[in-house]
Ligand binder design. Sequence first.
Ligand SMILES: *[C@@H]1O[C@H](CO)[C@@H](O)[C@H](O)[C@H]1NC(C)=O
Ligand SMILES: *[C@@H]1O[C@H](CO)[C@@H](O)[C@H](O)[C@H]1NC(C)=O
Ligand SMILES: *[C@@H]1O[C@H](CO)[C@@H](O)[C@H](O)[C@H]1NC(C)=O
Ligand SMILES: *[C@@H]1O[C@H](CO)[C@@H](O)[C@H](O)[C@H]1NC(C)=O
Length: 542
Amino acid sequence: MTFSTSLLYRHLLLLFLLLLLHVPTCPAAGGSWSVLLPSIGISAMHMQLLPNNRVVMYDRTDFGISNISLPNGKCRPNSTDCSAHSVEYDVASNSIRPLMVLTNVWCSSGSLMPDGRLIQTGGWADGYRVVRVYKSCDSCDWQEIKNGLIKQRWYATNHILPGGRQIIIGGRQAFNYEFYPKMSATDNALSLPFLVQTNDPNVENNLYPFVFLNTDGNLFIFANNRAILFDYSKNQIIRSYPTMPGGQPRNYPSTGSAVLLPLRIKQGKVDAVEVLLCGGAPKGAFVNANNGKFDGALNNCGQIKISDTNPKWIMETMPLARVMGDMLLLPNGHVLIINGASAGVAGWELGRNPVLSPVTYRPDNQIGSRFEVQNPSTKPRVYHSTAVLLHDGRVLVGGSNPHDKYVFRKVLYPTELSLEAFSPSYLDSSSSRSRPRILSPETNTTISYGKPVTIKFTVSGHVDLNSVYVTMVAPSFNTHSFSMNQRLLVLDSGNSTKVVGKVDYRVRVMAPPSGNIAPAGNYLLFVVHKEIPSPGIWVHMQ
Ligand SMILES: *[C@@H]1O[C@H](CO)[C@@H](O)[C@H](O)[C@H]1NC(C)=O
Ligand SMILES: *[C@@H]1O[C@H](CO)[C@@H](O)[C@H](O)[C@H]1NC(C)=O
Ligand SMILES: *[C@@H]1O[C@H](CO)[C@@H](O)[C@H](O)[C@H]1NC(C)=O
Ligand SMILES: *[C@@H]1O[C@H](CO)[C@@H](O)[C@H](O)[C@H]1NC(C)=O
């Protein structure tokens, strides 16, 4: 071999080795997708995870005949539609069961109650004022309470309150709020002029307001391009926050999304309560989309410390512009931004250019290194798509139907009946030796405010004791790109993780101190090690 050919040979070998090193590591970094069921018969427009690891879903009763029949040849009363518009998905068996909703649940809202029942409210037409209850069991179905609401609620937002009731805020032409259950027969709806002030005539841009419970017991309510801190018990505004820089609309139909960032509890207190709000559509986009011009979505996020008396928005740029994205809290405290489109607005036929790649956001990183683009799905999930966190750390993704009927052919984005799961990279098999598994307590354990909880867990590989933390995540109600009742608590563990066996460990945490920090009810509890969460167990906070 001459000198030059051996050099060439060595270069080729080096190139080959580099390729070998590179190819397999890239896809593993950004999560993975799998289709769970090619069709659940309906298009999952609304989703709620229940404390028995089932997910109740529904679309609307006036979509026409769905692709799944009601059980036992049943039909809805006074209707020729004998198909189901609601199903219950069982995570463990990856199967569904059809359910019967009697009245129209279209664009409604809901919240889990402290006892684990879903209370869902409103909808359209015959469903405007209906309250529906879903208590899960093998043969359970929806119960309906006619005139359960005082006002018609369509596109409202619900939140569970420290006292155990839920508040229902706004809705189309409903510039007020009410509670469920009612305290008395004279309980009335209370006016909320903020919803009038933020209502853009003919366009709205303030529906499905982003609502979060601050740790002082007041509600943060964001509509259109600004927010208030609101004392619902006195019907009083405590604080008006500055308008988000740029003044662009962020709520339906200029649909962005929002999360309450993780609440870190230290010695019974939470120092900083922060909200992150991303995406949306620029002013005028709704009118333009109706005229066939699809404006590019907003590509920025704003973060605000709502617990400050005089906070400012901190703006960041996303790697991908997005309207109709869903923002979800992952068990390790990172944020996932998933689903949606990069042009147009929410509404029938008004979105364009689906964004197939989710993005993760690490709130603890420096600005500039927080976002990471993830591997794409193959299925557009545009208007009326959904996403919820499951107990095993996967994210269940469903829905997408930008048409006012089921349409499977000859359209840009056919009605999606499938269910998919996005597995964030912490579920990669390369992380399995670092992944904790909780040994005790058992699932469904009751924990009491301010009391210590001892958690035993196992990890097969090397453990970095100081990188262990424990989180509690509230199961949220998802529809129209917003998850109601989002809350993630990082419990105070004081670095108490100890080795108790060859591969066994123990950590002592303090349960959240109060209902303002964690309203009573069911939460998923995770042990996180090196940012890799264990499968979650259910705990009942009381
Ligand atoms: C946990 O509680 C739910 C009801 O909230 C029940 O359906 C489920 O069977 C319980 N799981 C276990 C393992 O006890
Ligand atoms: C749903 O049913 C319609 C009508 O029977 C059929 O054309 C369509 O392919 C079905 N879609 C799916 C995803 O099963
Ligand atoms: C069905 O229609 C009849 C006649 O209009 C009415 O009396 C009855 O209340 C309806 N039933 C339901 C469940 O809507
Ligand atoms: C826990 O350990 C981390 C890393 O060593 C340290 O930064 C943190 O201050 C410790 N926290 C407590 C409560 O001791």
